[in-house]
Design a protein around this ligand. Structure first.
Ligand SMILES: NC(=O)c1ccc[n+]([C@@H]2O[C@H](COP(=O)([O-])OP(=O)(O)OC[C@H]3O[C@@H](n4cnc5c(N)ncnc54)[C@H](O)[C@@H]3O)[C@@H](O)[C@H]2O)c1
Length: 246
């Protein structure tokens, strides 16, 4: 038995949101290397076009906070075999320092937009009797974190969305999984994961002694979406260097 074939995506159409930066760009590159046909989506049209051009992918600019824009993305993407819900934002602030507009935007992008896109793209998967939905959650869903109250609440909802949809769509041939990274080195965390940052208790609690990388997150994402994980559904894989274990 070998895993090589199970990790191949040749002939499959994969939609990755938030693909212009960070995890999404790394996920797009790795899926491309494994043969996937890609539809890449992001709010940053220029950065997205640059990544998509390098991978021979379709690029769709959209705003995940706007239901009409999400609907247009789903229509453009058409029949998709794998949906990677990766686009997200972080408001790293205490709740008392967060405005209602910031709260609303975070929930719209990190939760409502994910549910709406999953509903639209997932309908096609259910109709065809196959597909995988992977949503990028966060380890803060389980551990919480300083200055993360609203973000952690949205990401905890992703874990429960994953469980419930897996129950709903499992009998229809669709797997629904989630990946919960710990803090990793991307633009989103460039301040709090910088080597010079001493402002919170984070790194001291990571048994592996370092932050994660986008490439490590991409590898876990590819596994979860692949046939190597064919009996995995409803679960969230925590990839956090051991933070949640401590
Ligand atoms: N970096 C971390 O430490 C970390 C840890 C756990 C989870 N995550 C999650 O991983 C995902 C990717 O984060 P990242 O670290 O790569 O951040 P990032 O900022 O580098 O990338 C996020 C991408 O989402 C896009 N995006 C933001 N708002 C959007 C919108 N309204 N519509 C469409 N696209 C939008 C951005 O343009 C960007 O390309 C997010 O869901 C994030 O919450 C990140």
């Amino acid at each position: 038995m070998s895993l090589h074939r199970d990790l191949e995506f040749t002939g499959r159409r994969v939609l990755v949101t938030g693909a212009a930066n960070g995890f999404g760009a790394a996920i797009a590159r790795l899926f491309h290397a494994h043969g996937a046909g890609l539809v890449l989506a992001d709010i940053e049209a220029d950065a997205l076009s640059a990544i998509a051009a390098g991978l021979g992918a379709e690029a769709v600019a959209y705003d995940q906070a706007d239901p009409a824009s999400v609907e247009a993305l789903a229509a453009r993407a058409g029949a998709v075999d794998v949906l990677v819900n990766n686009a997200g934002i972080l408001v790293a602030a205490p709740l008392l320092g967060t405005t209602p507009a910031q709260i609303r935007r975070l929930i719209d992008v990190d939760l409502v937009g994910v549910i709406l896109l999953t509903r639209l793209v997932g309908a096609g998967m259910v109709a065809r009797g196959r597909g995988v939905v992977l949503s990028i959650g966060s380890q803060t869903a389980f551990c919480g974190g300083e200055n993360r109250a609203v973000y952690a609440a949205a990401k905890a909802a992703i874990a429960q969305l994953t469980r419930s949809l897996a129950v709903e769509w499992g009998p229809r041939g669709v797997r629904v999984v989630s990946l919960a990274p710990g803090r990793s080195l991307t633009r989103m965390t460039r301040d709090t994961a910088a080597p010079s940052h001493a402002g919170d208790r984070g790194l001291a609690r990571v048994p592996l002694g370092r932050w994660g990388t986008a490439e490590e997150v991409a590898k876990a994402a590819l596994f979860l979406c692949s046939d190597a994980a064919s009996y995995v559904t409803g679960q969230t894989l925590v990839a956090d260097g051991g933070y949640a274990a401590g």
